[in-house]
Write a protein that binds this ligand. Structure first.
Ligand code: G3P
Ligand code: CA
Length: 241
C-alpha cells in the first residue's frame, strides 16, 4: 500500500519543520515525515527548509552564520500564526529523540544543493544510527554527489535523488548513483515513466502531491509513497472517502 509522508510535517496547517507540524502530521494519519536539514555555524544539524531563516522565523541571515544558541532564540511559528509563537527550529537530534518513540518512517532531505556544509552527510548518518532510526530512514537530496557519498558510507541505506523536471529513463540514472529510489516532481510521472521505474524495481515517492486527482492517480498505481502537505486529504483519498 502507498505510504503517506507529511512534507515538512503537516505544513498546510502548521508552521513547516516544527515539532508542532510533525506531531500534527502523525495525528492526521501520516506514516512518514519528510524533513530538511542544514548545519549551523558550529556544525549542528538543524531542521529548516531554506538556506536562510528569513521566511520561516523572525530573524534574518543564513543558517550557516548562526550558532546553535543564536538560532534557538528565533521564533519559528509566529510567521504562520501567533498560536505557534513558542515553536523553535528543532535540532535533528531533538527531532530524532521524538520520532524514535513513534512508528513513523523518515525521509531526511540534505539541503546542501546551494550551500556547502562540511561533513553534513557523515553527521546526519551518525545521528540517525545513534538514535536507532537507520532501518526507517530514506536519504534524499538535490545534491546527488552527497547521495553517492552516503552510498559509499553504507551499501544498505535507501538513497533517493530529488529532481525538478522530467528525466529520460530515471531508472538508469538511479542505477548509476546506486540508488534504489527516486523522488521526482509528481507531474513528471507519466505512465511510461512509472512503468519503467517499476520494471527496473526502483521505488518512487513523488513530491509534493496535494490535489485529490493526483493522489488518486498515485494510489491507483500503488507507488511506494506520496509526499504531501495534506496527510489527512491523502488518507481520505486512499480510504476512498
Ligand atoms: O522532498 C520533496 C520536496 O521536499 C523537495 O522540495 O523544496 O519542498 O524541499 P522542497
Ligand atoms: Ca524537502
Amino acid at each position: 500500500m502507498t505510504k503517506i509522508y507529511g512534507h515538512r510535517g503537516a505544513s498546510k496547517v502548521c508552521p513547516e519543520n516544527t515539532m508542532a507540524s510533525y506531531i500534527k502530521a502523525l495525528e492526521l494519519g501520516a506514516e512518514g515525515l519528510e524533513i530538511d536539514v542544514h548545519l549551523t555555524k558550529d556544525g549542528i544539524p538543524v531542521v529548516i527548509h531554506d538556506e536562510t531563516v528569513k521566511r520561516t522565523t523572525n530573524g534574518k541571515g543564513y543558517v550557516k552564520n548562526f550558532s546553535l544558541q543564536e538560532i534557538k532564540q528565533l521564533d519559528a511559528g509566529s510567521w504562520f500564526s501567533s498560536e505557534f509563537q513558542y515553536e523553535r527550529i528543532p535540532t535533528l537530534e531533538e527531532f530524532l529523540q521524538w520520532i524514535r518513540t513513534t512508528p513513523l518512517l523518515l525521509n531526511i532531505e540534505l539541503k546542501n544543493n546551494k550551500v556547502h556544509y562540511e561533513d553534513l552527510e557523515q553527521k546526519v548518518y551518525n545521528l540517525v544510527n545513534a538514535y536507532g532510526m537507520k532501518e526507517r530512514t530514506i536519504y534524499s537530496s538535490f545534491n546527488h554527489y552527497s547521495l553517492v557519498l552516503l552510498r559509499g558510507m553504507d551499501p544498505s541505506i535507501d538513497i533517493a535523488p530529488l529532481y525538478t523536471s522530467n528525466l529520460y529513463k530515471p531508472w538508469n540514472y538511479a542505477n548509476q548513483l546506486g540508488a534504489w529510489s527516486v523522488h521526482p516532481p509528481f507531474k513528471s510521472l507519466h505512465p511510461p515513466i512509472l512503468e519503467g521505474l517499476r520494471r527496473h524495481n526502483i521505488s518512487v515517492r513523488p513530491y509534493t502531491v496535494n490535489k485529490e486527482k493526483w493522489l488518486y492517480y498515485f494510489f491507483q498505481y500503488e507507488v511506494d509513497a506520496v509526499i504531501t502537505d495534506l496527510p489527512d486529504l491523502a488518507l481520505a483519498v486512499r480510504n476512498g472517502d
